[in-house]
Every structure is written in structure tokens, then in C-alpha cells.
Design a binder for this molecule. Structure first.
Ligand code: SAM
Length: 270
């Protein structure tokens, strides 16, 4: 499948928000539209990406996970999953899954980087396609604990049966496995709910066509039967704003409104 110049791509819009170079005018146009109501829109991407890095570090270092199934890998940027986890343990195996043509061509380049990083072309919203994929079956051992990452992906699944979709993935994971999710969030408080609804409306009606801001309960439903890891020493296991999930240190400034519209969590299968 080639690149449609009239359609923004999720991967390229995200790349543009992170300040990357692999994006087109139509992708930047999506962000410009959202920026009219949320000038700090790029922080949605940054909060998501920084959560991914800290969650991967936790999974490789504290949870001892050695294999990672990264659904919706995105375009390579600084600190990709394999770089984060293989720095902790060079034997960690990573399989990236994506179906964007530009991501796939970059994914091939990752293949040459090392023999523990692989790329699968599959639809992450059809779990049977991912779980049955040849590359996934070859490099992920489903009898050993693994981490399934859906970071910055499920808000692009606009249908209402996301919980069933995730249940299909979780069923395939052995006990001791983890699921990490970051997701656009509607906090439900007046001002922020209004902002989340406006951003959702613009994303969905933009040339990108997706971006749901779900409620806390809707996002918790994406962790069926999993025990959520405490997001910091003071709180019980639950969702947390991405920037507050095991932060690296004191915040240089208060969270802005956009940063309060994205949450993350890590769940463990008992
Ligand atoms: N997970 C990365 C991160 O957190 O930095 C990248 C997130 S990016 C916002 C979402 C990625 O999901 C994009 O690369 C996009 O191509 C991919 N994606 C979206 N829908 C997909 C689908 N149905 N199947 C496979 N990949 C998909």
C-alpha cells in the first residue's frame, strides 16, 4: 500500500508533534487545527513518549521482562523501545508491529540494527492477526512472561469494543506478563472535559480521522483481569497522568491543560 497524500497518517502526525522530519504538510495541518483550541497540543505526544520510555525501563529493570511486543511502534525517534530495554539487558527481544507504509520502510532499517529487534506488518486492532503473525510467533515466546505495549494507539481505535479487543490479547499472555497503555483522557471536570471534547472533535474530523479521549473507567476496561502497578510510592495501582507515572524528578513547572488529558498505566497478569 502506498502513501495517500490527501490523508494524514497517525505515525507522521505524531512524528511532527515530536519535532521529527518524516511528515508532510497534511500531517502538520492536523496539529495546526488542534493548536487553535490547545496551543500545547505537541505535549500530548511528548507526555506519551516519555511515559513509554519510563514504562519500558520499569518493565526491563524492575519487572525483569525480556520480551516486548510493541504494538504501533511509530517512526524511529530518539530512545526507541529496543534501545531503552537493550541498554538494560542486551538480550531483551523486541518485536515492533505497525501497518503504516512509511513506518514499515523504516522498520526494515531496524532489522539490520541487531538480531533481537524485529518488525511485523500487521493490524494491531485485529489481535488474531498480530498473535498469529509469523515474525511475532518466531521471536516472542508465549510461554514466558512478556510485555505488550499499546502506547498511544488505542485512542485511534474509535469503536466501542476496545475492551474485548484487549481481552483477546490478555488471554494470549502467560501469567506474569504486563500490558502498558497510554491513552488520550477526558478528565470529566468542566474546563478540561470541554478541552478534551474539542480536541477529539478536531482530530476525528481532521484528515487523520481518529483520536478518542476516553474516561478513566473506559480506559481501565482496557486492562481486563490485570493488577495495575502503583504509579508512584504514594498511590495504589491505577491510571495516572502520563507525566506523573513514576516521574524522573521534581517538575520544572506545573502541568499544562494538555498534559492533564493523557494517562498511562501498566498492568500485570496474575
Ligand atoms: N507507540 C509509539 C509511541 O508511543 O511513541 C508510537 C505511537 S503513534 C501515536 C501510533 C502508531 O500506531 C503509529 O505508528 C501508527 O502507524 C500505528 N497504528 C495505528 N493504527 C494501527 C493499526 N490498525 N495497525 C498497526 N499500527 C497502527
Amino acid at each position: 500500500m502506498g502513501v495517500d497524500p490527501n490523508r494524514a497518517s497517525i505515525a507522521r502526525v505524531y512524528d511532527a508533534a515530536l519535532g521529527g522530519k518524516d511528515n508532510y504538510e497534511i500531517d502538520r495541518e492536523v496539529l495546526a487545527r488542534v493548536a487553535k483550541v490547545a496551543p500545547e497540543v505537541n505535549d500530548l505526544a511528548w507526555s506519551n513518549r516519555k511515559f513509554l520510555i519510563r514504562a519500558c525501563r520499569f518493565l526491563a529493570m524492575r519487572a525483569g521482562i525480556k520480551q516486548f511486543l510493541d504494538c504501533g511502534s511509530g517512526l524511529p525517534t530518539a530512545e526507541n523501545t529496543h534501545q531503552v530495554v537493550q541498554r538494560i539487558d542486551p538480550d531483551c527481544r523486541v518485536v515492533y508491529v505497525d501497518n503504516d507504509p512509511v513506518v514499515i520502510s523504516h522498520g526494515q532499517a531496524l532489522l539490520v540494527e541487531n538480531d533481537r529487534t524485529h518488525f511485523a506488518d500487521a493490524d494491531i486492532f485485529t489481535p488474531s492477526e498480530v498473535l498469529g503473525n509469523e515474525v511475532v510467533r518466531e521471536h516472542i515466546d508465549f510461554t514466558e512472561p512478556l510485555a505488550l505495549l499499546q502506547v498511544g494507539t488505542l485512542h485511534h481505535y474509535t469503536a466501542d469494543n476496545g475492551a474485548e479487543l484487549m481481552a483477546e490479547y490478555v488471554d494470549a499472555l502467560p501469567s506474569g506478563s504486563y500490558v502498558a497503555i497510554a491513552h488520550f483522557f477526558n478528565p470529566g471536570t468542566d474546563e478540561l472535559a470541554h478541552l478534551a471534547e474539542r480536541m477529539e472533535d478536531i482530530f476525528i474530523h481532521s484528515p487523520m480521522g481518529s483520536g478518542r479521549f476516553r474516561t478513566a473507567d473506559e480506559i481501565r476496561a482496557f486492562f481486563p483481569g490485570l493488577e495495575l502497578v502503583p504509579p508512584n510510592p504514594e498511590k495504589p495501582g491505577d491510571l495516572e497522568l502520563c507525566d506523573l507515572w513514576w516521574p524522573e524528578g521534581p517538575r520544572p513547572r506545573p502541568l499544562n491543560q494538555v498534559e492533564q488529558c493523557i494517562v498511562g498505566a501498566v498492568g500485570r497478569k496474575p
